[in-house]
Design a protein around this ligand. Structure first.
Ligand SMILES: Nc1ncnc2c1ncn2[C@@H]1O[C@H](COP(=O)(O)OP(=O)(O)O)[C@@H](O)[C@H]1O
Ligand SMILES: [Mg+2]
Length: 303
């Protein structure tokens, strides 16, 4: 078995992480509490568009350049947990217990084989959360509250948290949208890719207005692109016309090694570092870091 990130010749070292890892002092809260992790939801209410694959491989690439990354698996199917090798009988307590406030963060996370990358796994109980949340107080804020409650203890150790969302715009996804800084949208370069995207954009706008003013779409990632296929080209052109600069320049090709990797419990970046899919995710991570740095710089420009 490959020795995890040790074998990763990620060619993105020239792009330093945007977020400085919290110093050891950061475990104490005070007036100068350092900014916490940047949190991104990876969302699209369609299934099978590459959310989980993007979450796992972006998380792996960020960890490989020295970030401390937590991947929260919010999909009851638990594909991100499987893809990172968390056995089914070791998934609780996990995201379900965390979101419902039953267990603190420290008990809900597992280390992965990749140094710097931890995962909060999803068990099947999470499927019930959608219904259980309905009658709860602050039902859209449960994840936000759980993350905030752990500020000094566990949350501050991460530089980036990625949340792999379920394929719906239900309460669990809304909880992610209330808790994050921004949303990353994988879009499968196939027929009807843009169908339903209006509902996603509207939901983001609605949450931004009512519950989370900083929420925005950080980018759209085209996945399973086949440049020889006219339809795939057309979807890419439509997406770029519709979303403009929001669409990442990097696209992820359809690649069999990407599809094989999860059954080995490994990110494709570890399973086969040299394949076209891995190379694309390395480029995507470096573009992600660059965009994030530019966004941070733009925010600091005095008006
Ligand atoms: N670029 C790709 N090339 C080939 N297969 C892919 C690619 N991206 C994802 N897949 C496969 O497609 C399926 C759906 O991807 P996944 O990331 O699980 O989507 P989602 O999380 O949106 O449901 C999985 O079997 C995955 O391994
Ligand atoms: Mg998924």
């Amino acid at each position: 078995m490959p020795s995890a990130a040790g074998t990763l010749a990620l060619n993105i070292s020239e792009v330093p992480p945007t977020v400085t890892p919290s110093s050891s002092e950061s475990t104490t809260t005070g007036p100068s509490t350092p900014p916490g992790p940047q949190i991104f939801a990876i969302a699209n209410q369609k299934g099978g568009v590459g959310k989980t694959t993007t979450a796992i491989n972006l998380a792996t690439a960020l960890a490989a350049v020295g970030e401390k990354v937590l991947l929260i698996d919010l999909d009851p199917q638990g594909n991100a947990s499987t893809g990172l090798g968390v056995p089914r009988n070791e998934r609780a307590p996990g995201a379900y217990e965390f979101i419902l406030g039953l267990s603190p963060m420290a008990q809900c996370i597992r280390t992965s084989q990749i140094p710097g990358l931890s995962v909060m796994p999803a068990s099947v109980s999470l499927a019930g959360a959608e219904i259980e949340l309905i009658d709860m107080e602050r039902r859209e804020h449960r994840l936000f509250d759980a993350l905030a409650a752990d500020e000094s203890a566990a949350r501050a150790q991460w530089t980036t948290i990625l949340i792999d969302c379920p394929p719906s715009l239900g309460l669990v996804t809304l909880n992610a949208f209330v808790a994050v800084d921004a949303v990353l949208v994988p879009l499968q370069a196939e027929f009807l890719a843009l169908e339903g995207i209006g509902a996603l954009v509207n939901t983001v706008e609605r949450i931004k207005k009512r519950l989370n003013p900083k929420l925005h779409i950080a980018g759209v990632v085209l996945t399973m692109v086949d440049r020889r296929n006219v339809l795939s080209q057309q979807v890419e052109a439509d997406a770029r016309q519709h979303f403009g600069e929001l669409v990442f320049g990097t696209t992820i090709p359809r690649n069999v090694r990407i599809a094989e990797a999860p059954s080995h419990g490994l990110p494709v970046l570890i399973y086969d570092n040299a394949c076209a899919g891995s190379q694309a995710y390395i480029l995507l991570a470096s573009e992600f870091i660059r965009r994030r740095r530019n966004a941070a710089a733009a925010q600091q420009v005095p008006s």
